[in-house]
Write a protein of this length. Sequence first.
Length: 196
Amino acid sequence: MEPIILASGSLRRQEYFRLLGLPFNIMPSLVDEGFDENLSPRKTTEMLAVRKVNKIVDLLRKALPPWICGADTIISLDGKILGKPKDRTDAADMLHRFKGRAHDVVTAVALYNGRKKTVDCRSVSSTVTFAALSDDEIEWYLNTGEWQGVAGAYKIQGLASCFISGINGSYSAIVGLPIREFYAMLRENGYPYGST
């Protein structure tokens, strides 16, 4: 199989690529993650995933690889997008807002097909419900540092799983890569995966 450039430094996405047995090279795109607040969370995450792929296409224009994958995850509560917390206080505010409530997690994955010179992008929306957390539980979680650098200030695959009372949707998408959709994209774009 041909290697895929993963336009992400996310360890979670790398773990999924390893789980799938896909050969890949890591090349974080480091794009500006600013967005138009008038866009829906779904449109925003799709735009960012495609932006990450296009950044690598621009960087490697003279020697384009056949496959580039980018992804983005956005958390929203009451229609408002919550990014990565700026600091501990910001993370605490997010966690307090989540307690006892459900919020949306949208993950988009974009795949560049170098043979067709096209970008296929798909997104998945899921709902995560937090238990009614105490202030002590939030402080304990903040002390772990796990909230740093992640959308919504928590990692569902980490210690925050202690707080999750329900999930409706795709667990892998919440973690950072919608595996079912990604698998379908690979096959539909002619990548030789999932067949003998």
